[in-house]
Design a binder for this molecule. Sequence first.
Ligand SMILES: [Zn+2]
Length: 311
Amino acid sequence: MSYYLGIDLGGTRIKIGLSDDYQLIEIQNVKASREKGFQYNMKIIVEAAVGMCSENEISQYDINSIGFAFPGLVNSKAKKVIATNAKYNDAVGFDWDKWAKENFGAAIYLENDARMACIGEWRHGAGVPYTDLIVITLGTGIGTAVVMDNKLLKGKHFQAGNLGGHFSVNYDGRLCTCGNRGCVEAEASTVVLKQLVSNHPDFSTSKLVNLEEISFNNLFELADHDKVALDVRNQCLDIWSAAVISYIHAFDSEAVILVGGIMNSKDVILPYIEEKVNELAWTPWGKVAILSADLNDSAGVIGALHMAQKI
Ligand SMILES: [Zn+2]
């Protein structure tokens, strides 16, 4: 029997999955400590994965191969992190083969985290019926990955399809961490949500003032009774819709799959974006399917396990 590890490293949590040739055995969540740097979190991952192996009466050296989802630009051929955006900057130059061999005696496949989520949904989730799709991860920031003609899009520099969060929706907009202006991520994401809300002229009268933390989940909850929450929610939905339409025009997608905790509000998000896409996207061939993920926040780890089994 062969065993596989799938690892999805996020800014606040790490997901680790263990499978054999036939089935998923277990997925565990571990807290990430982004502020302590990349090397520290890699040690946490080894400890947690070794613990999972022993709980399942497997030696860590029984692991055949590992799929690893990393939050940054990745050259999957050379197994290198190309660039990060203020997250785990010390991962550039890391020797992934050495790490996998030393700790597990295993081979490793490294990929960008949105691409791994895309592989998860495409092969095992809502994307199964499609050959051309885009997966959008709405987390702290916004990640995207694309399948075109039944192939994962990578491009010459391994960034094709990955920078959907940095499509500009406002040329004169907010400065983004990437250096561009008016990126989707800089205009409508968790990173800027607090600013969006507090800039609203009626903010002082809003119920949001009393909240310790403003998240999209509580923004969506309050929107039915609170003008500021409703305005900011609709502004974000309009920005995401504009971005989705640009992705469809760029990648000729037949399906758009949205991933993330925010999809708790899919009953509002999906019909809103669908209506805008039906009205404004140029798709003479027919209608684009606007879907929420089947695997949701496990899409990345399932994608990583899928790729581990392909090595
Ligand atoms: Zn940007």
